[in-house]
Design a protein around this ligand. Structure first.
Ligand code: FEO
Length: 391
C-alpha cells in the first residue's frame, strides 16, 4: 500500500496482504487482509499508530522513507497480537528514541511476546491524553476486542477513532475508504464472528464507551476506513444485541448417506415452515461462513453419524468452534444416525459447556432413516417453528 494522506499531517502507512488466505492457521481469508498503520505528525511530536505484520515490514519502512520520517516519538500499540505489533522491534531499532505507548497489560504482553525491554514503554491510563503539539491523542481502554489489553485512540482535533481490530474487516482492497455494500458488510461480519463474538456482552460496553465521542471517521487496522462510522457502529449494535433471526444453522457430516438423508429431509421441513436454513456440509465448508451464520441464528442443529463410539470428528470440531465462539443461539438440537451403538449425544452435550441454549430433543436413526425417524424430524421442525414464533 503506498503512503496516503488522510488529512493534513495524518498518513496511512500500512500494508495490503492480497495473497494471505489463512490467519492464525485457522481462519480463512477469502478476500485477503490489510495491516493498517497510521502516522500522525504534530507540530512537536510524531506518533505511529500500530505497526504491521512482520511479513510486511518492508512496506511500512518504504512508506516511512517516502514521507522522509526521520523521527518517531511515540509508537502507539493498541494490541499486542503480532499482525499489529510484530514490527515494533524493527521500528525501535530504526527509531531508537521512540517510546511504545500502551497500557499496563499491553506492556506485559509485548514484553512477553516480543521481548521489548521495560525502558522502551510509556504506560498510559484509561482516558489519558498525549499531546503532539497541535494534535491530541486520547486513549480509551476497550478490553476484549479481542484481547484483554486492547485499547483505541481518539484523535481529538480531527475526530478520528483509531480502533485497531475493533470494527475491522479482513478485506484487501484498493478502495481506501469503505464502499458500503454487501462485500464490506460480509467481511466485517465474518471478522466479528471469528474473533469478537465470544465477547459480545463486553463489546456492548465498549460501544457505550465510545458513544459520547464525536466521530468523523473510524480508521481500523484491518480493511478500509469508514467515513460514515454509523454504518459499522450500527452493524455492531445489531450483532451484539440479543436479537436473533428466524434461522436454523445446520452443520452436518455424513459418511454413507443416512445422516445426509435426514438432513435433506429436515431442510425441506424447515423451508415448509418458513424458517431460513443454512446447511454446512462440514468437510466442504468454510468455517468463517459457518461462524458468520452463527452471529444471529435462533437455532443450531448439528448433524452427525456415529464414528466408532462417538460423534464424527468433523462434528466434534464444529461443536468445539460453536462452544468457543459463544453465539447468542437460543436453541440447539442434534440429528444423526448410528449402526450398532455409541453415545454421540452425550459427547456433544459435554462439549457445549459455554452455550446456554435450550437443548431440543435430538433425533437419532438406526441405520438408514425410516418412517418413524421422518416423523421425529417433523416433530423437531414443529418444535423449532413454535419456539421461533414465541421469541
Ligand atoms: Fe489484527 Fe487481533 O489482531
Amino acid at each position: 500500500m503506498p503512503a496516503k494522506e488522510i488529512m493534513p499531517g495524518i498518513y496511512a502507512v500500512g500494508a495490503i496482504d492480497w495473497d494471505r488466505r489463512l490467519f492464525d492457521e485457522l481462519i480463512p481469508l477469502p478476500e485477503g487482509t490489510s495491516y493498517n498503520a497510521y502516522l500522525i505528525q504534530g507540530f512537536e511530536k510524531t506518533a505511529l499508530i500500530d505497526s504491521v505484520d512482520p511479513t510486511k515490514e518492508s512496506d511500512l519502512f518504504e512508506n516511512l522513507k517516502k514521507l522522509n520520517i526521520e523521527k518517531i516519538d511515540y509508537l502507539v500499540a493498541h494490541h499486542a497480537e503480532q499482525d499489529h505489533s510484530g514490527t515494533i522491534p524493527a521500528i525501535l531499532k530504526a527509531y531508537p528514541m521512540a517510546k511504545v505507548v500502551t497500557n499496563e497489560k499491553g506492556q506485559e504482553f509485548l514484553s512477553s511476546l516480543l521481548l521489548i525491554s521495560p525502558d522502551k514503554f510509556k504506560v498510559i491510563s484509561d482516558g489519558e491524553e498525549l499531546s503532539l503539539g497541535n494534535k491530541t491523542l486520547k486513549f480509551l481502554f476497550t478490553p476484549w476486542v479481542h484481547w484483554p489489553e486492547t485499547l483505541v485512540t481518539y484523535l481529538v482535533e480531527d475526530k478520528i477513532l483509531f480502533s485497531c481490530d475493533f470494527f475491522g474487516s479482513h478485506l484487501a482492497t484498493s478502495e481506501f475508504y469503505a464502499q458500503e455494500g454487501e462485500l464490506l458488510l460480509e467481511s466485517a461480519k465474518r471478522y466479528y464472528a471469528e474473533i469478537m463474538m465470544p465477547f459480545r456482552i463486553i463489546i456492548r460496553k465498549n460501544l457505550d464507551k465510545i458513544k459520547p465521542l464525536d466521530i468523523a471517521m473510524i480508521a481500523p487496522s484491518h480493511g478500509p476506513i469508514y467515513k460514515n462510522p454509523s454504518f459499522i457502529i450500527e452493524a455492531y449494535h445489531e450483532w451484539t444485541s440479543d436479537h436473533v433471526k428466524n434461522e436454523v444453522v445446520l452443520p452436518f457430516v455424513s459418511m454413507h448417506g443416512s445422516t445426509e438423508k435426514m438432513v435433506r429431509h429436515f431442510i425441506q421441513l424447515l423451508i415448509e415452515r418458513n424458517i431460513e436454513v443454512k446447511p454446512f456440509n462440514l468437510p466442504r465448508s468454510d468455517i468463517g461462513e459457518l461462524a458468520m451464520a452463527l452471529v444471529d441464528a435462533a437455532t443450531v442443529v448439528l448433524g452427525t453419524p456415529m464414528v466408532l463410539t462417538g460423534p464424527h470428528p468433523q462434528a466434534v470440531y464444529a461443536t468445539y468452534l460453536l462452544n468457543i465462539l459463544r453465539p447468542k443461539t437460543k436453541f440447539i438440537s442434534i440429528i444423526g444416525s448410528f449402526g450398532w451403538g455409541g453415545k454421540f449425544i452425550e459427547d456433544i452435550k459435554g462439549l457445549l459447556t459455554n452455550i446456554k441454549a435450550e437443548l431440543l430433543e435430538p433425533v437419532v436413526a438406526r441405520g438408514y432413516p425410516k418412517e418413524d425417524d421422518f416423523q421425529a424430524l417433523e416433530r423437531l421442525a414443529n418444535e423449532i417453528a413454535k419456539k421461533h414464533q414465541e421469541l
